[in-house]
Design a protein around this ligand. Structure first.
Ligand code: NDP
Ligand code: AKG
Ligand code: MG
Length: 729
């Protein structure tokens, strides 16, 4: 994708944001084209990623291009301008469901090989592994992250506070982490010197002296921070057992991981929780079953369906354990059913926003023990919970805005570590060996231990520090969230301190626990604060604070300043809202709020105005901002119930206010003349359009697929107003 690429690339994704695209993109394209701006799509959906891997299994008509790889190159060009919506980061159960759906639609792709043996199975598995988990974001995020709420959005939230649960001083909600032997405790880190720069490999040496190369062909540049660490499986199991046994009555048991982004390590951690939780059942039946606990209780239930004895034993084994935190109590879906149902960045803020409550099997709210095994970031949630127990719930109408600058570029830190994460196959030693023979890091491991190495490159680190300083200057208060007692953070601090001194900036450096308290105290006093963090805390904090402040992270402005000069504009900070799809299917109401898309669109136009010298883009962008503000003030955002405003009607209002703003401006006479009659038609058609949009609500709809829907059916559902469609063209 080179010079001839369209002005703006909009992504085809999954679930709710993809459905919303069906209604919104025709509006964006129509308005853009009127200003001579071209918009094209690229498919990064789970189904698209799968199909692009298997051309040899498909008919010519079924083959599709590998858009993700092409976009991966495109984001490294100075002219890149991408609007990226959230996509599914698939767990294995989601991947299997998507494969089954594609097969049922006549795509002859192979099954996902759970236990590959032959060379062909291994090759197929490698292709699936490349598209599963968080396969998109690390490829596209060639820049650091700047996430904040637009001023109008924050002001709106203060004036229209969302519901927050009350915190009680004697809440039994807690965070429980391992007492040691985790990634935090075992971490080693080094910054690569000029002499060390070059090739490297990761080697396992067994007790018998035999050597296996786990990963070859690594290259480290000078200045790269390289970590290695492991988490002991034995200690993990002991901790899980102890936490289950020490449960207080009435408290729910829960585990919060990131099995999507940490696609190698966290499904294994999840599997240990499942295995320990149903230990009695597995002791009795495990040998007879081909069950991998990493797939969750959902997979087990499917496996034993129809076997009355096993079904009864599983029920009894679960009943003997403390009650589980539920994903969907009506349907009996527990925390342990699917590894990707409870994702820490979204799940912990939900518990905290509710006043420390989760949903129990009885469909009622209860206090919850939140297991977060590793101590690298768990203190953030622990401190947050302790803080709210002490001070009570946050006052949304007065608190300041917390924004984030995150070190993310070029697969920074843990989120880039999947290719260098391994489950030890035996007792032995895992080492990183440099080209010259020097052993950079080495750990003694036992069978089952999870070992991983992560890197952060020099240029992204320096860029991140500068971006942090910029946002500090614009905001007034900030802190670097780095723990000097953690090996990796200590290396980063060696970059941060001199850079702050050189810039003459007095920005504190605090360990995550202290920084959490500092940030809450300052924001409660009404101050705006910037959190300058690594990649994982970028992810966690840009859900935590927005969910508390704004009710959802979907309303965030999320900018990725690409290292080579381009821009990627993400929508919101959250995911693809599967619950919203369910509601649309059942009652044809889509509560997805495209505010994140509106914010991203405005920024994309602003960027385009300078990057390709298109002044009309600046006019469109300014009008998007006016329209977004008006939409908020007039209360035209989607609401939760049938008959209320939904995603489609909010897009009508957005289009109308956008056209009105373009008709009202005087910077571009051509656009003014073009949009004045459109604004008039949209106003005159209000009643007809809204009743056409509402006509189908309350009844189930068919999209012809979940992961790979039929575009014609989606268009019929998402664009039901002939009047609106005629005006938009
Ligand atoms: N950038 C990316 O590509 C990301 C992708 N993901 C992926 O998304 C999927 C789902 O993740 P999950 O953790 O459930 O989190 P989500 O953010 O998708 O959903 C959590 C809840 O947040 C609310 N919400 C989120 N977005 C909106 C919106 N635009 N408008 C209104 N409400 C919204 C909804 O609440 P309610 O139900 O109350 O309406 C929703 O159920 C996973 O496959 C995950 O991997 C996750 C994060 C980021
Ligand atoms: O890529 C993913 O799986 C999730 C990304 C995410 O949660 C985030 O960037 O906030
Ligand atoms: Mg996140």
């Amino acid at each position: 994708m080179a010079q001839e690429t369209a002005d703006i690339i909009y992504t085809i994704v999954d679930e709710a944001p993809e459905l919303a695209r069906g209604s919104l993109l025709p509006i964006i394209t129509s308005f853009s084209n009127a200003a001579g701006i071209s918009v094209e799509t690229r498919d990064i959906s789970l189904a698209g990623r799968i199909l692009s891997q298997f051309p040899d299994y498909l008919t010519d008509a079924q083959k599709i291009s590998d858009d993700l790889s092409a976009l991966g190159d495109y984001v490294k060009t100075p002219e890149a301008n991408v609007i990226k919506l959230p996509n599914i980061s698939a767990s294995v159960p989601q991947l299997e469901a998507a494969v089954a759906e594609l097969q049922s639609q006549g795509y002859g792709i192979p099954d996902y090989p759970a236990d590959p043996k032959t060379a062909e199975e291994k090759a197929v598995r490698a292709k699936y592994d490349a598209v599963k988990g968080s396969a998109v974001n690390p490829v596209l995020r060639e820049g650091n992250s700047d996430r904040r709420s637009a001023k109008a959005v924050k002001e709106y939230a203060k004036a229209n506070p969302h519901r927050m649960g009350d915190w009680s001083k004697d809440s039994k909600t807690t965070v429980a982490s391992m007492p040691g032997d985790d990634f935090f405790a075992n971490e080693k880190a080094a910054t690569i010197t000029a002499a060390q720069a070059g090739g490297a490999k990761i080697v396992f040496r067994g007790k018998d002296g035999g050597e296996t190369v786990l990963k070859d062909g690594l290259t480290y540049e000078e200045g790269t921070v390289v970590d290695a660490t492991y988490l002991s499986a034995k200690s993990l199991r002991a901790y899980i057992r102890k936490e289950i046994e020490s449960m207080e009555p009435g408290v729910l048991f829960s585990v919060h991981l990131k099995a999507t982004m940490m696609k190698v390590s966290d499904p294994i951690l999840f599997g240990h929780f499942v295995a320990v939780y149903i230990e009695d059942f597995l002791a009795k039946h495990g040998d007879k079953l081909d069950f991998n606990p990493n797939g969750g209780l959902g997979a087990l239930e499917r496996l034993i369906k129809g076997n009355a004895e096993m079904e009864a034993d599983l029920k009894a084994a679960l009943a003997a354990r403390p009650p589980l935190y539920m994903v969907d109590s009506d349907r009996g879906i527990t925390n342990l059913h699917v590894p990707s149902d409870v994702i820490i960045d979204a799940s912990m803020p939900a518990v905290i926003k509710a006043g420390g409550k989760g949903w129990g099997p009885d469909g009622k709210e209860a206090d919850t023990k939140c297991c977060i095994p590793d101590n690298c970031y768990a203190p953030v949630y622990d401190e947050t919970i302790e803080y709210f127990k002490e001070t009570g719930k946050l006052d949304v109408t007065t608190c300041g805005a917390v924004s984030n600058v995150g070190l993310m570029a070029q697969k920074a830190e843990e989120y880039g570590s999947h290719p260098t994460t391994f489950e030890a196959e035996a007792d032995g030693t895992i080492s990183i060996v440099l080209e010259g023979g020097e052993v950079l890091h080495s750990h003694e491991v036992e069978k089952g231990d999870i070992w991983r190495s992560a890197t952060a490159k020099k240029a992204p680190i320096l860029d991140w520090i500068q971006l942090g300083i910029e946002r500090f200057d614009a905001t007034g208060l900030a802190a670097f969230w780095l723990d000097g007692t953690r090996a990796h953070d200590a290396e980063l601090i060696k970059y941060v301190k001199p850079a702050l001194e050189a810039a003459g900036k007095d920005i504190p450096i605090m360990a995550p626990r202290a920084a959490t308290r500092y940030t809450f105290e300052k924001m409660r006093e009404g101050h705006d604060v910037v959190t300058i963090t690594g990649n994982v805390l970028r992810d966690y904090l840009t859900d935590l604070f927005p969910i508390l402040e704004l009710g959802t992270s979907a309303k965030m402005l999320s900018i990725v300043k690409l290292m080579q000069g381009g821009g990627m504009f993400e929508t919101g900070a959250g995911g693809s809202a599967p619950k919203h799809v369910q509601q649309l299917q059942e009652e044809n109401h889509l509560r997805w709020d495209s505010l994140g898309e509106f914010c991203a669109l405005g920024e994309s136009y602003k960027f385009l105005a300078t990057s390709r010298d298109k002044p009309k883009a600046a006019v469109l962008g300014a009008a998007v901002e006016v329209a977004t503000q008006k939409l908020l003030l007039e209360g035209k955002s989607p609401e939760r119930k049938v008959g209320q405003n939904d995603n489609r009607s909010s897009h009508y209002w957005f289009a109308r206010y956008w056209a009105e703003a373009l008709a009202a401006q005087d910077d571009d006479a051509g656009l003014k003349a073009h949009f004045a009659p459109i604004a008039e038609k949209l106003a005159a058609g209000e009643q007809a359009i809204l009743s056409e949009l509402q006509a189908g609500e309350g009844k189930p709809v068919d999209m012809g697929g979940y992961y790979h829907a039929d575009p014609a059916k989606v268009a019929a559902v998402m664009r039901p107003s002939a009047t609106l469609n005629a005006i938009i063209g």
